[in-house]
Design a protein. Structure first.
Length: 121
């Protein structure tokens, strides 16, 4: 089965943050990962960018930004045209759900770590 690329949006260099754990877990499950955060750096060998980069073939966007911080990324997320967006706990956003729905992009309110651990990713 081909692994699909995941964008971790809201990536943290802090090892105790869930976004950091998610990058590590995705890498350990051999998923291709790209990441955008507030600070440049590297997590589990994945470069963390601070720019809205034009990543190719992003299948999943997993969010680690609260709903207010998501607003500036709406058009960016839509421009990537992912298959799905995962809203991790604390990132729920009905306004973005509607935008995604209007653009035929699936979304799940779920936890990336739990999904990976239970083979639902």
């Amino acid at each position: 089965m081909e692994k699909k690329k995941t964008l971790v949006l809201g990536a943290s260099l802090n090892p105790s943050r869930y976004s950091n754990l998610a990058i590590n877990r995705l890498v350990s499950y051999k998923h291709p990962v790209v990441a955008i955060g507030l600070r440049k750096g590297e997590v589990a060998g994945v470069p963390v960018s601070t720019e809205k980069e034009n990543f190719e073939a992003v299948d999943t966007v997993t969010l680690y930004l609260n709903s207010k911080r998501q607003v500036e990324y709406y058009n960016y997320i839509l421009s990537l045209n992912p298959e799905r967006v995962i809203f991790n706990p604390g990132t729920e956003n009905p306004e973005l759900y509607k935008l995604l729905k209007d653009n035929n992009i699936e979304f799940e309110v779920a936890c990336t770590l739990v999904m990976l651990g239970s083979n639902q990713y």
